[in-house]
Design a protein around this ligand. Structure first.
Ligand SMILES: Cc1ncc(C[n+]2csc(CCOP(=O)(O)OP(=O)(O)O)c2C)c(N)n1
Ligand SMILES: [Mg+2]
Length: 813
């Protein structure tokens, strides 16, 4: 407990023991807090100016929210996690995770992670993170540091993850046998959320609030209420204009679950500290969620650098904000209580102004100096090139434009270098060779600054997991597919104590297709559990728990309902590794089932949409349950997140039961040739593949020998480029897919045609056989006339052969 807290609590509860806390210590702590608040404010003020003078692109700052964050930081302990938003710079400074220089490095988008530890310039300033992983991708000891999960910009997008971060404590406290080293001490950690008042209107907020109330997890959510969301005042956001009022029904009562709901004024330093310490105690010891509505906050500079709040706030409101500025109020309190004089505080204010200016300048130099070095290197190359070129005048002009840049960016450097090369297209010289080499090297080093770490690049990456083939006894039993999946999950739960699975109907009945039959009984309700119908927060549970060392499997009942969670998969899960440049990860497995069903919302085929929104996770489409089980086994050995789509119509189909259940793996990014053939290459995946495989047999009857390839893994895609090898042999390509035209079939075509250069080997136009434009109609007939049928596939393939050789393959119809 901090000295201040002891002092305050002792004053209230037991005035006698204040004796062992010196007044000087108390004063020091208050003034340290004041200094951080003023430093943070000064960063905001100067930050805005840096944007307005053009040195930075955009600024969104934490001014007006400083004092509650001082209080939050006092209650925040090692091992705790934050999941917040762009106003929290003061908190980050308090926990020692953000210096003045780092603040400005973020604003300038410095790509050096050692200087801009939040995201190496990938995120706008104001998006905070700490490092959970070291430079080799190994977990750090999260119990020994204060942790902040990496922020995202979509408002309320931090909420689902917050739920999982909190739930992890509950799991570590209640499930025996999990190795909690690095992650938890008895589940005592609290997950602290922050959100703006206006963002509480989002569905994700309410969904998370409800789920945390049901799950009773140690989560403390603070609402920074400044009565605005950009220009829109509270009356348009919140019923009764008060979120704590709206949520009153969540207040726990004798004998019920629920929340402790607290309200506090955001400028009242003492009350804030009391409130936060109280919240911490309740959440930490009782594992009860707490909601703190922090009222009467302000925005001294308006919402962001994109506009000014004078446009939409009344004079009265602006005056009120000035008077009730939390730092002004804290300052008054310090003076009123004789902790320091006005003069003393003014001296502090002045010193901080200077310190922030110095820090800002250092950050600017650190940002721009490496680029100036690159600018100078290029200048020399261009000067030499000009000397040897017949286009000297033009090159010199370009060189001058480069030299004249006082604050060059890498875009300027790269662009000028590339344009200069065009002037010597027709010339041969050493200088030209040097420039070419320099540009190529430049891209080799600079491009990764912007593009690396989309997936894990460490030794743990899932694509490095080697294949272990499924093996079978001589008289292997033929079982329903769901038995393969169930037996494999049973083995997984046995082998990995930190694996948990949760979803709608996953627990008690063992999922809607009995792939988890009996497992809750065997492994407990904590490990295999039922959830409410709330896909986005099922995902959030998974993300948060995976970020704290657990291996969650989040089950989404049907692929069609992944849509509810797609935003969070896309914005949070898929970007996590990239946006922290590999310093945070969430190796979550999302389990769902889809493909080849019927009806508008049970057809499970919208993969074109999904794969293009979730780059950063793996998307796997196993054709049967052995393949699916193998993917789970692979994923648990690696550290990338993934979506596994089981074939809904595969649970009752017979498969041979392998004898190395739980051991065999399906490698990622490896295609499988199911039937060899010489005339035409057929590429498909999932349930449609079964139809394609049958059609390939029928095609033999009309003299067409097709090769059938199962993609299996859409992200990553055919890493060894095996499909082009088949096209090289057959010279023809047909892609069959149950998605809409332009969906994942087009993605596959792009991979094969452009990335594998199959165009060189094609003698026929590649053909895509897909579903119709509309969603699939219901019933057997609806399916037949909506999705590619066996006849559609047969005729489509035949058509290609007919066009190529009408004599052998006369027109069918
Ligand atoms: C999903 C989404 N919609 C819109 C925005 C644009 N936006 C950014 S901040 C903001 C206002 C948020 O207000 P509030 O939650 O009260 O936080 P404050 O900025 O006032 O602290 C909006 C609309 C966004 N980032 N995400
Ligand atoms: Mg607001």
């Amino acid at each position: 407990m901090t000295i201040f807290a002891k002092y305050i609590i002792n004053m209230q509860e037991n005035p006698d023991i204040t004796a062992n806390i010196t007044y000087d210590d108390f004063k020091t702590e208050v003034l340290d807090d004041y200094e951080i608040a003023v430093t943070s404010r000064e960063c905001s003020l100067l930050g805005r100016r840096e944007v307005l003078t053009g040195k930075a692109k955009f600024g969104i700052f934490g001014d007006g929210k400083e004092v509650p964050q001082l209080a939050l930081a006092k209650a925040f302990k090692n091992g705790d996690f934050r999941s917040g938003y762009y106003r929290d710079q003061t908190f980050m400074m308090c926990i020692g995770a953000l210096t003045i220089e780092q603040f400005f490095a973020g604003l300038y988008a410095n790509t050096d992670l050692s200087q801009e530890p939040m995201s190496a310039g990938r995120q706008m300033g104001g998006h905070f993170a700490t490092h959970s992983l070291d430079e080799n991708g190994n977990w750090k000891d999260l119990t020994k540091q204060k942790n902040s999960s990496a922020d995202i910009s979509p408002t309320a997008g931090q909420m689902p993850r917050l739920l999982g971060l909190a739930q992890a404590s509950k799991v570590y406290r209640n499930i025996k046998g999990i190795d909690a080293t690095n992650f938890s001490e008895n589940g005592d950690e609290v997950a602290w959320g922050t959100i703006g008042n206006a963002s509480t209107s989002e569905g994700l907020f309410y969904e998370t609030i409800n789920a945390a109330g049901v799950l009773q997890v140690p989560m403390v959510i603070s609402i920074w209420d400044d009565e605005y969301g950009i220009s829109v005042p509270a009356k348009y956001h919140t019923t009764k204009e008060s979120i704590s009022e709206v949520l009153k029904g969540f207040q726990r009562e004798e004998g019920t679950n629920g929340y402790e709901i607290l309200e506090v004024k955001g400028w009242n330093y003492v009350e804030l500290i009391q409130t936060y310490l109280n919240a911490s105690e309740i959440a930490r010891t009782e594992h009860v969620p707490v909601l703190i509505h922090v009222k009467e906050l302000t925005q001294p500079q308006g919402h962001s650098t994109s506009g000014s709040h004078e446009r939409y706030k009344s004079k009265e409101r602006l005056d009120w904000e000035k008077e009730n500025d939390c730092i002004v109020k804290m300052r008054d309190w310090i003076i009123e209580n004789d902790i320091a004089t006005d003069e003393e505080l003014t001296t502090i204010d002045r010193a901080i102004k200077k310190e922030v200016r110095i820090g800002k300048s250092a950050a600017w130099k650190n940002f721009v100096n490496p680029i100036i070095k690159e600018q100078q290197e290029l200048e020399i190359l261009l000067k030499n090139l000009a000397q040897s070129s017949s286009n000297r005048v033009f090159i010199e002009k370009l060189t001058d434009s480069l030299s004249s840049l006082a604050e060059p960016g890498r875009k300027d450097v790269a662009s000028i270098a590339r344009r200069a090369l065009r002037y010597v297209i027709a010339e041969e010289s050493n200088e030209k060779e040097q420039l070419k080499t320099w540009i190529n090297e430049y891209f080799k080093t600079v491009q990764p600054l912007f593009s690396s770490n989309l997936y894990s690049e460490s030794e743990h990456t899932s694509v490095k997991v080697t294949e272990v083939k499924a093996t079978y006894n001589e008289n292997a039993e033929q079982v329903d597919g769901r038995v393969v999946i169930r037996d494999n999950f049973e083995e997984i739960f046995h082998k990995y104590p930190n694996v948990l699975l949760f979803g709608e109907d996953s627990g008690n009945i063992g999922d809607v297709n009995q792939g988890l039959e009996g497992l809750q009984l065997k492994y407990g309700v904590e490990r295999i559990s039922d959830t409410g119908i709330r896909e986005a927060t099922i995902l959030g549970q998974g993300i948060g728990m995976a970020m704290r060392g657990l291996r969650p499997i989040a089950e989404i009942q049907y692929l069609d309902y992944v849509m509810y969670a797609l935003q969070i998969i896309s914005d949070d899960l898929s970007t996590l590794h990239y946006r922290t440049k590999g310093r945070q990860k969430a190796p979550l497995i999302i389990r769902t089932r889809g493909h080849r069903l019927e009806g508008i919302w049970h057809s499970g085929s919208q993969l074109g949409g999904i794969i293009n929104l979730v780059r950063g996770i793996h998307v796997l489409v196993p054709r049967n349950m052995v393949k699916a089980a193998g993917f789970y086994n692979t994923l648990l050995k690696g550290d990338n997140p993934a979506l596994v789509i089981e074939c809904l119509n595969g649970y009752r189909l017979k498969e041979k039961l392998p004898n190395n259940i739980g051991e065999f793996t399906t490698p990622l990014g490896v295609v499988e040739t199911l039937k060899e053939g010489s005339d035409i290459t057929l590429v498909s995946y999932g349930s449609t593949l079964r139809i394609v495989h049958d059609v390939a047999k029928e095609l033999l009857e009309v003299g067409i020998d097709a090769e059938v390839i199962d993609v299996q893994s859409l992200l990553p895609f055919d890493l060894a480029h095996d499909i082009v090898k088949s096209v090289e042999k057959t010279n023809r390509l047909v892609i069959i897919d149950e998605d809409v035209p332009g969906g994942s079939s087009t993605y596959i075509l792009n991979e094969v045609l452009n990335n594998q250069n199959a165009y060189q080997h094609l003698d026929s136009q590649p053909k895509l056989i897909t579903a119709k434009e509309h969603r699939p109609s219901y019933g057997t007939d609806g399916d037949y006339f909506s999705k590619p049928s066996a006849e559609d596939i047969f005729e489509g393939i035949y058509e290609v052969m007919h066009e190529a050789n009408p004599d052998d393959y006369p027109k069918l119809r």
